[in-house]
Design a protein around this ligand. Structure first.
Ligand SMILES: [Fe+2]
Length: 139
């Protein structure tokens, strides 16, 4: 059983990833099928969706009840119409996740949860790089 704060953090991550998965799925619709941007965003979207199911499991493993909410990042991101600006906003959210995970890891008792979150941090760092490349292409 993890602390209430750790469970709260895992649920915040779950809500953020749920928002991220929906945002990227929506962004993908504005690119032509089979285009480079679309293919790369599809991989990012898959990671976000996978993180949701991983985090659902982690919240339970930590002794908590998974949140069903979606982060308000969703509405903020969808309000942006410029393609490059949207990806920049997406990366701001992804960077928040990549920054918060290492801050919280020392507070987590379960080594499995810590290792899973480390992998999530790594995949965020690589997706941030992919999106940065797409941002350069969109400008
Ligand atoms: Fe994410």
């Amino acid at each position: 059983m993890e602390s209430v704060e750790v469970i709260g953090f895992l649920n915040t991550l779950l809500e953020a990833e749920r928002a991220g998965a929906k945002v990227v799925a929506q962004f993908m619709e504005s690119y032509p099928q089979g285009s480079e941007v679309m293919i790369k965003l599809r991989d990012v979207q898959r990671d976000e969706a996978r993180n949701c199911s991983i985090l659902l499991h982690l919240v339970r493993q930590a002794g908590g009840e998974p949140s069903h909410a979606t982060g308000d990042f969703l509405h903020k991101a969808l309000a942006i119409s410029d393609p490059a600006e949207r990806l920049i906003f997406l990366n701001r959210g992804q960077s928040w996740v990549a920054r918060k995970i290492p801050e919280w890891i020392p507070k987590i008792a379960d080594i499995e949860i810590r290792n899973t979150l480390k992998d999530m941090e790594t995949s965020h760092i690589s997706n941030i790089k992919i999106c940065n490349d797409l941002i350069s292409l969109s400008k």
